[in-house]
Ligand binder design. Structure first.
Ligand SMILES: [Zn+2]
Length: 190
């Protein structure tokens, strides 16, 4: 009987782990150098984005998810516009905003380091039109200037300086459900 229970538990865990729950992407500057990573974590109300970067100008920089998983240096225009499946206006402070891909600004310290935890509200890593892994995927771009939150079409945030491709079916995906009960509890407290 005990063995049957173990097998049932195993099946249950297997069934729950069919969808992507996290993904880590590499971030590159216009010279093609890897300058950091972004960790994407599925949450009940969106996708948490943990960004770690180096070599930026100190101060605030815009951060946006763009519509194509294509980071062609040096201008990264290949990534297209901000990811916007709802057809909204740009800007987290715009009354008719925001694009789904609009994130708060990140701040680089005096040493040019960014260590930020942001929330991409309403987005998901799983299925549906709000999935940032929809189709071939999307990308995450950091801009030279800061996003003012209202200007069209991109918050007047300047040149695209760092880009990372968020590709579907790529390496760096984790589909494992947490099995440690303390991990589960920590997630629920957030
Ligand atoms: Zn936008």
């Amino acid at each position: 009987m005990r063995y049957v229970l173990v097998i049932l538990l195993f099946l249950l865990v297997s069934c729950q782990s069919n969808e992507v729950t996290s993904k880590t992407i590499d971030m590159y500057n216009a010279d093609g150098d890897m300058v950091g990573t972004a960790e994407l974590l599925e949450q009940p109300d969106g996708v948490q984005v943990k960004i770690k970067l180096e070599g930026l100008e100190p101060g605030f920089h815009g951060a946006h998810v763009h519509e194509f998983p294509k980071c062609d240096a040096p201008d990264f225009e290949s990534a297209g516009n901000h990811f916007d499946p709802e057809g909204n206006e740009h800007g987290l402070m715009h009354p008719e905003g925001a694009h789904l891909g609009d994130l708060p600004n990140v701040e680089a310290d005096d040493g040019g380091l960014v260590d930020a935890e942001l929330m991409l509200a309403g987005a998901t890593l799983t299925d549906g039109k709000n999935s940032i892994l929809t189709g071939e995927g999307t990308s995450l771009i950091i801009t030279d200037g800061q996003d003012d939150g209202v200007s069209q079409p991109g918050g007047d945030s300047g040149a695209r300086i760092i880009c990372g491709e968020i590709k579907s079916g790529d390496q760096g995906e984790s589909t494992e459900s947490p099995t440690d009960p303390t991990e589960l509890n920590e997630e629920q407290e957030e």
